[in-house]
Design a binder for this molecule. Structure first.
Ligand code: ADP
Ligand code: MG
Length: 759
């Protein structure tokens, strides 16, 4: 049955070779009850471990059933152990958190039996070792003798032809020891039992052979009873641990040690909370930057504002506007949206003076700065005065609370006073100055006042008739345009002014400017004016018809002084209109629900209108910032996930350290690497899923205001199904990587070395 020929076992330890045993020759049969004795360190345990396939050997050959084993792989040794060997240890090697029944049952489950198939047999064997009363008692509560009987029951239930017991009575009192030997003797009839003991008297009457070892050698091999009859060994039958039982064990392990369950739970809770908090935190930062953005073109960056223009690049007609207004989700439409981008000064006419630069300023009395808006878009009610009745009247809307408090005291001085737009700065644009002398002067009487409370809006609103906006539109267009003046293809920096006394298509320039021409002659030269802005481009070709000087200046401007109008180019006002008095090529829509804005964009697309969210035009600084945040986000998330993995791995490893014995025991009982990994997987999966569910419940309890813990409700607004799912996947992947690493460590060495490390 079992035959050793010149087998030797060496230990390599830090360069020193120690011998476990040398040149052992031995042949053992089924039916034998073999006792091995010898002083401590003589090699008994090493011999048993080699016979058990728990440890490898370096020399000679061991035969099992006539089969050589020296070339066995790890896997083949595992099979060998499952088919032939059952071990009993001095230190019992039981799973303390399991009951007697569960310990015995475990072996059968690992061998692939179904739970219902094993019950009868497990109970019968528990009875056989006299522990029926204790079958549902946790092993940790039993005495040493009882524990060893559980270990024997576990060895019997495995139904292997060989039982190997290393000092099974070493930790027992003599009464218990006798009971244990008694049970083993009864089992030995159709098996090969090998037992190491110091107390040879205890076994002498039962054993068939006594082997004495000394210094790694067999020095005595006494056969006390010859076994003549050759019994064929019955290999233990097994299949793989069933799918269902893996889950059963995994879930049993999740809950069987409460402290461990709580610790793992806390680790997973921490993992989930950190990932979700990190994500939500970044969303908050991103939103903040979105708020902070600004644009050099667009003043009003409301998230419900859409800029629209027609796909065919033509200007908007009233029909177009009617169509747009009939769409869903449209709050209101601003036809001349250019007025939203630039503030206008309104100066009290009575107190207006011209300053030394020719600009109109108000020295006393009120003046206002704000957006001109169409009265059709006026909302709410007036707080003072009445609605305008004609285009010379307007409503003043004070938008912030502090200003309202201030202006309320002066209501009577503001109402029914006339204010003028005249004196606006000439238009300008980013690259080149558009020098247009003078702007349209419109007088408006404030007849109504409204006070509103708008956050972060410190400019006022002026509601006027649409016709007023149309008159001012060319000034606005000029402000937002880049203008180039070319004379004979050379750029010149002149100020463009208007006079009715210049013929259309002609220009009259300052006489002093003629010196910039080679031949000092300006008359008859061509002038080209190019205007471009975000909405359109326009070109005007003119011919210089005359020059002006102090003597003939009055014909161009009867009121002004020549000295205030130097280096200018006078053109006909209608020619200026060609450049700037344009219909609306672009308008703005304000939607009711900013969340639905994408749908509105599609609706507009269907009626031939292209639209863009004004928020998309926020400045580059914001964009770069956002991109930087995105990169940082990726980096930090990666670091976080790695850190979480290693922190969790270390903590979980410490928590599971106490479980090493459990897994090593499983391994000795025949669990494969895959089995152990799976059982651990299931345990971590169950625990992490539970903790994650609790975490989500906790978040929702905050969200729904059942509990209220600092900012969680606010942060949770940034978490949607996608984020919850991704976080869950990350946790599951991390927990699987951990179980993988952990089980690989358990299987790193031979079973016995892992086991030895534990004791
Ligand atoms: P016994 O069980 O008879 O007391 P062992 O089989 O445990 O003896 O030990 C036999 C010899 O092998 C001893 O000299 C011991 O020091 C050595 N030995 C046992 N295990 C190891 C090991 N893991 N590494 C190095 N030497 C070992
Ligand atoms: Mg020993």
């Amino acid at each position: 049955m079992l035959k050793l020929e010149n087998v030797s076992k060496f230990y390599y330890n830090k360069g020193i070779i120690a011998s476990g045993f040398t040149k052992v020759n031995l042949e053992l049969k089924i039916g034998e009850f073999v006792a091995i004795t010898g002083s401590s360190g003589s090699g008994k345990s090493t011999l048993l471990n080699v016979i058990s396939g728990l440890d490898s050997y370096e020399e000679g050959e061991m035969f099992i059933n006539g089969k050589e084993t020296s070339h066995f792989t790890k896997k083949e040794f595992e099979d060998y152990r499952r088919k032939y060997i059952a071990n009993i240890f001095q230190s019992f090697n039981l799973i303390n958190s399991y009951t007697v029944y569960q310990n015995v049952e475990l072996v059968m489950l690992l061998n692939g039996y179904k739970k219902h198939q094993v019950k009868k047999k497990v109970l019968k064997i528990i009875d056989q070792v006299g522990l029926t009363k204790f079958r549902n008692t946790k092993v940790s509560k039993l005495s040493g003798g009882q524990k060893q009987r559980v270990a024997i029951a576990r060895a019997i239930v495995k139904e292997t032809p060989i039982i190997v017991a290393d000092e099974p009575t070493g930790n027992l009192d003599s009464k218990s020891a006798n009971e244990v030997i008694e049970i083993l003797k009864n089992v030995a009839k159709d098996k090969l039992v090998i037992i190491v003991t110091h107390n040879i008297e205890q076994v002498e009457q039962y054993c068939t052979r006594i082997i004495k070892m000394n210094d790694g050698k067999i020095i005595e091999n006494t056969v006390k009873k010859e076994i003549t009859e050759e019994i064929k060994p019955k290999e233990s039958k097994y299949t793989n641990l069933s799918f269902f039982n893996k889950y059963r064990l995994g879930i049993r392990n999740t809950f069987n040690i409460f402290a461990k369950f709580c610790l793992l739970f806390a680790v997973f809770l921490f993992m989930g909370a950190s990932i979700l908090a990190e994500y939500a935190g970044f969303q908050v930062a991103e939103e903040e930057t979105q708020k902070d953005g600004y644009s050099s073109i667009f003043n009003d960056l409301s998230e419900n504002r859409l800029l629209i223009h027609k796909k065919d690049k033509t200007y908007f007609t009233n029909e177009d506007y009617a169509k747009i207004k009939s769409l869903d989700n449209i709050d209101y439409l601003v036809e001349d949206d250019i007025f939203l981008e630039s503030n206008v000064d309104l100066i009290n006419v009575k107190s207006a003076r011209t300053d030394t630069f020719g600009d109109m300023v108000s020295l006393e009395g009120m003046s206002f700065n704000g957006n001109m808006l169409d009265i059709a878009n006026f909302k709410g009610t007036l707080d003072a005065g009445r609605m305008p009745e004609n285009e010379n009247e307007m409503i003043l809307c004070i938008t912030d609370t502090d200003a309202s408090e201030y202006f309320k005291q002066f209501e009577n001085e503001i109402l029914n006073q006339t204010y003028s737009t005249w004196g606006q700065e000439g238009g300008y644009a980013e690259e080149e100055t558009v020098n247009i002398g003078g702007t349209t002067k419109i007088n408006l009487k404030i007849v109504g006042i409204q006070y509103t409370k708008e956050k972060n809006n410190f400019s006022q609103k002026f509601y006027v008739y649409h016709s007023v906006l149309e008159k001012l539109r060319k000034d606005m267009n000029a402000r937002f345009s880049t203008m180039q003046i070319l004379i004979n293809d050379k750029y010149e920096q002149y100020t463009v002014r208007t006079s009715k006394n210049v013929e259309r298509g002609k220009a009259i320039i300052d006489d002093d400017l003629k010196y910039s021409f080679k031949d000092e002659k300006a008359i008859g030269k061509k002038i080209r004016i190019n205007v471009s802005n975000i909405y359109y481009e326009e070109t005007l070709n003119l011919e210089i018809s005359n020059t002006y000087s102090k003597s003939n200046f009055k014909t161009l401007n009867s009121e002004g002084k020549y000295d205030d109008y130097r280096y200018s180019i006078f053109i006909n006002p209608e020619d200026l209109d060609v450049l700037f008095n344009k219909p609306s090529y672009q308008s703005s829509i304000f939607v009711k629900d900013a969340k639905q804005i994408e749908n509105t964009i599609l609706d507009l697309e269907n009626i031939g209108i292209t639209s863009k969210k004004v928020t998309d035009f926020k400045v580059q600084e914001g964009e770069i910032y956002k991109r930087v945040i995105k990169i940082i986000k990726v980096i930090i998330t990666t670091i976080l996930i790695f850190a979480l993995f290693f922190i969790s791995y270390l903590i979980i490893k410490i928590i599971l350290k106490s479980r090493n014995i459990y897994y090593t025991t499983l391994r000795m009982l025949g669990a494969t690497y895959k089995n152990i990994k799976r059982i651990l997987d299931i345990e971590l999966f169950t625990n992490s899923t539970l903790s994650y569910l609790i975490l989500i419940l906790f978040i929702y309890a905050n969200k729904l205001n059942f509990i209220n813990i600092g900012g969680i409700a606010k942060l949770s607004n940034f978490l949607h199904l996608k984020e919850y799912v991704i976080t869950y996947i990350i946790i599951i992947v991390i927990s699987r990587l951990i179980s993988e690493r952990f089980s690989r460590q358990i299987f790193k060495d031979t079973a016995i070395s892992t086991y030895n490390e534990e004791y």
